[in-house]
Ligand binder design. Structure first.
Ligand code: PEP
Length: 256
């Protein structure tokens, strides 16, 4: 069994700050059975790759990339470019990108297609907004499964089993978010797993992670829920000591 523990630094860290974190991470033994991953800002990706050159057990990724091969898309970078800069996985469809930059299910699907075409592992983010959750758990399940189907709609079944999914309820993300309880998380993640079992060849799925206001207070309890294969963390892992502590929590889950 593998427990995934990853963090996106979002729009944080200068090159110097990113390198200092990466140096510390390179000196941190990643516990056996824990798959760590880090998504630096694009400006620091290549530098962090170099710092982690002798630490292949930490997967490096990008927080976003365009679906097109190349072209006149000012301010964007392609899958090929992030791969060249060191990404092995790419985050797709985060709630902040859907809200602030107009990501749609269609662009998410095209990005998942492009990621696999370039040999990158897509980390597909799904999650219902607060107004959907207010209509109840069934509405949340339907919304998230629809997002998942749409996001994987350009993939063959044998490709769906290479997708990593992060369930991140929008109302639980970030400084204004309310941490979700295991009782709120588990049924939706179980529905995600069932949907993936239908969509993927042989009913396999890579891993389903939970994200949204994860910290040291709730990490162990969330990881103890059967549909949860790992955690995708923002604020609580922006400092290296926070990430290290979460890696230890992940390892602790394995020995229980
Ligand atoms: C996120 O935005 O993906 C996230 C998990 O953020 P936070 O942990 O800060 O809520």
């Amino acid at each position: 069994m593998t427990v995934w523990i990853g963090t996106s630094w979002k729009m944080n860290k200068t090159l110097g700050e990113a390198c200092a974190y990466a140096d510390g991470l390179a000196a941190t033994p990643v516990p056996a059975g824990v798959q760590a991953f880090v998504l630096p800002p694009l400006t620091a990706l290549a530098a962090v790759r170099d710092r982690l050159a002798a630490t292949p057990e930490v997967l490096l990724g990008a927080q976003n990339a365009h679906f097109a091969e190349e072209g006149a898309s000012t301010g964007e970078v392609s899958m090929r470019m992030v791969k060249d800069a060191g990404a092995r996985l790419v985050e797709i469809g985060h709630a902040e990108r859907r809200r602030e930059f107009g990501e749609t299910d269609r662009t998410v699907a095209r990005k998942a297609r492009a990621a696999l075409d370039h040999g990158l592992l897509p980390l597909l983010c799904v999650g219902e907004p607060r107004e959907v959750r207010d209509r109840g758990e069934a509405a949340a399940r339907r919304f998230v499964v629809d997002q998942l189907r749409a996001g994987t709609s350009l993939l063959a079944p044998a490709e769906v089993d290479r997708v990593l999914v992060a369930y991140e309820p929008v109302w639980a993300i970030g400084a204004g978010g309310r941490p979700a309880t295991p009782a709120e998380v588990t049924p939706v993640m179980a529905a995600v797993r069932r949907a993936l079992a239908e969509l993927a060849a042989g009913g396999r799925c890579r891993a389903v992670l939970y994200g949204g206001s994860v910290d040291l207070d709730n990490a162990a309890e969330l990881l103890a829920q059967p549909p949860v294969d790992g955690l995708f963390v923002g604020r609580a892992a922006w400092r290296l000591d926070g990430f290290r502590a979460l890696l230890r929590v992940g390892a602790g889950t394995l020995v229980r």
